[in-house]
Design a protein around this ligand. Structure first.
Ligand code: ZN
Length: 284
């Protein structure tokens, strides 16, 4: 066999490995370094369905952050991947936006089973998504993989960050990321958040919710106006090629609910990144 003939099957294997659907279809915590999750059992995956929390192994898992938002050895300036070399990083501060005819976002979120992962860096709310295509932008479908939280919110408008925010992370069939950031302001108690906060597992653990459904539509503002820009994931490895939609209108959470979140995590927003002349658009 020539070297070429050996090279082709090797290439095919490599492509299959790289294109393995496990990452996308498993919803493997899109905003995280996948490595970070490999040490956590995943009760949301079919092979671990149910009852994971009863197993002794779950009790021995320890919370072991791989990066930090605080300055230091694991701080943002030390983050790996393209975090400190990329030119299209997020979050950003939006000063102006160009009004364009943009394809509408069509939400088809449905009540769904979900699990909550407390992963040391975020609250990870993993929504189970049996092949959902709940979001459509023009003709392009996306599925919702997870919702996570930041305090304060990450993307800013005219220098102002919201007190908190939610990231609704989506993937296209080609595994490109689309993240919707929903700002949070202090206001009324949020009934959906109330239900979620009652089920936060210990750090480093994940809990599959039994008999509880979550409709992510209940976590969207009624007004669907947004800013759109190209960016990156906001924690390592900060992969670029992410389409961001920052909702203009916030949802409300009570002061007590925000305080409850801060008992676990505080200052979970990456420093703002330079826009570098990226286009920011808003619908006409
Ligand atoms: Zn996030």
């Amino acid at each position: 066999m020539s070297r070429f003939a050996i090279g082709i099957p090797l290439l095919v294997v490599l492509i299959l490995l790289i294109a393995s659907p496990t990452y996308a279809a498993g919803g493997a915590c899109a905003l995280d370094d996948p490595i970070q999750h490999s040490h956590l059992s995943d009760p949301a995956s079919p092979q671990h369905h149910g009852h994971q929390m009863d197993m002794p192994s779950a009790a021995t898992q320890k919370c072991d952050p791989k990066f930090s938002y605080d300055a230091g050895q694991q701080g943002p300036s030390q983050w790996e991947g393209v975090c400190n070399s990329g030119q299209m990083q997020a979050p950003v501060d939006i000063q102006t936006a160009e009004k364009l005819s943009l394809a509408p976002m069509v939400f088809g979120y449905q009540p769904s089973d979900f699990a909550i992962l407390n992963d040391c860096n975020h609250y990870q709310l993993k929504v189970k998504f049996p092949n959902n295509y709940w979001l459509r932008i023009g003709k392009k479908p996306y599925f919702l993989t997870e919702i996570n939280f930041h305090e304060p919110g990450e993307n800013a408008v005219k220098g102002q960050r919201p007190v908190m925010s939610l990231h609704l992370v989506h993937l296209s069939p080609e595994s490109t990321f689309l993240v919707i950031e929903v700002p949070v302001i202090v206001g009324k108690e949020n009934p959906v958040i109330k239900a979620l906060w009652e089920h936060i597992p210990e750090a480093g653990k994940q809990q599959q919710m039994e008999g509880l459904k979550l409709n992510a539509a209940d976590l969207l503002p009624a007004d669907r106006g947004y800013y759109r820009f190209p960016g990156s994931l906001t924690n390592p490895l900060c992969n670029e090629g992410v389409t961001w939609f920052l909702m203009k209108k916030p949802i409300e959470m009570s002061e007590a609910q925000i305080a409850e979140y801060k008992k676990y995590y505080h200052n979970t927003a990456r420093p703002l990144q330079p826009l570098n002349n990226r286009p920011v658009a808003e619908p006409k």
